[in-house]
Design a protein around this ligand. Structure first.
Ligand SMILES: [Zn+2]
Length: 316
């Protein structure tokens, strides 16, 4: 086993608590996030707000934080007349801001994961939630490879992310495209998280366990999971993941509220205490790392951290 492989295998050791939603928390910090490229505006105009969100999650107990680059891509930027260089710089800048927040907590081990949304997130039409992109497989490979290259080339620098977090993946096809995009850099470290439409299938319809078995074969993979999914589906989905590979399982579902398109409002409950109770169930079901996606806030992550601590005590 090479040193690099050992490093890769140990990066998530002891990590149980991931952060929560970035966009809604930025809004709460007073950042203007309307418009499809909110991340570009906030990264450039109000970087201190991004750092403040990271800080709030670390204070709540997060041991791994996702950068604010979910929607950053050359394709997405080009649509708004922004250059490829600006997109590339934003990817690195997002890592820089996450590292700046971590530096405020020198005694804590905190992993910085570069958030990389799916191809559909750059189309700005919600297509990441069904995965029918109408593009060629090669387009997806190119899309992902351009971002991976920027982060890979930063790897020799202090500002490299600890891992690449491919998230909200809707389909097996896109997971395979990322595997191909990653091929030139077998030394990188990545996790793959899928968005699911029911208790067995990813958004596009393939079985989650089939997707997990495929990404488990990539040399870069250190964890596999589910994000941006209704929390009620998690126990069954964790079971599917457990059967598919031996990789650590990472889950960060939405708060539990649902978007009522007709009434244009969120309905249902997503309160932090009940999220914490469910987090305890996900740990018990076999998840190693738990966090939150849409509509989750530092209060949810504080509950997740408490659930992680209760679970640690119960097994020791
Ligand atoms: Zn989400």
């Amino acid at each position: 086993m090479t040193t690099r492989t050992q490093e890769r295998d140990s990066i998530l050791r002891g990590i149980r608590v991931l952060d929560g939603g970035m966009a809604s928390e930025l809004e709460y910090q007073g950042a203007k996030i309307d418009g499809p490229l909110w991340s570009a505006h906030v990264l450039e105009d109000a970087p201190e707000k991004v750092v403040a969100v990271h800080r709030a999650y670390i204070e709540a107990g997060a041991q791994c934080i996702l950068t604010s680059s979910y929607q950053v891509s050359r394709m997405g930027y080009a649509e708004f007349g922004l250059s490829a260089e600006r997109a590339d710089a934003a990817l690195i800048h997002a890592v820089e801001l996450a590292r700046a927040a971590c530096a405020e907590f020198p005694d804590r081990k905190i992993v910085v994961a570069a958030s990389l949304g799916p191809y559909g997130a750059a189309l700005h039409n919600g297509s990441e939630y069904h995965g029918n992109y109408g593009c060629a497989f090669a387009d997806m490979v190119d899309f992902h490879r351009a971002r991976i290259r920027v982060l890979a080339e930063s790897a020799s620098r202090r500002l490299a992310p600890g891992l690449l977090a491919f998230e909200t993946l809707p389909s097996l096809d896109e997971a395979q495209a990322i595997g191909e995009a990653l091929e030139p850099w077998p030394e990188l470290t990545a996790w793959f998280c899928f968005t699911c439409k029911d208790d067995r299938h990813v958004a596009h319809g393939e079985l989650l366990k089939e997707c997990a078995a495929v990404v488990a074969q990539f040399p870069q993979t250190v964890a596999i999971g589910v994000n941006c999914t209704h929390p009620a589906l998690l126990p069954a989905l964790i079971g599917e993941l457990r059967g598919a590979s031996n990789h650590p399982i990472v889950v960060y579902p939405n708060s539990g509220e649902e978007w009522d398109a007709e009434g244009r409002r969120w309905t249902g409950t997503g309160d932090p205490a009940s999220f914490g109770v469910k987090a305890g169930e996900w740990f018990a079901a076999g998840a190693q790392i738990v966090g939150g996606c849409c509509r989750t806030r530092p209060a949810h992550i504080r509950q997740v951290a408490e659930a992680a601590e209760r679970q640690r005590r119960s097994v020791s």
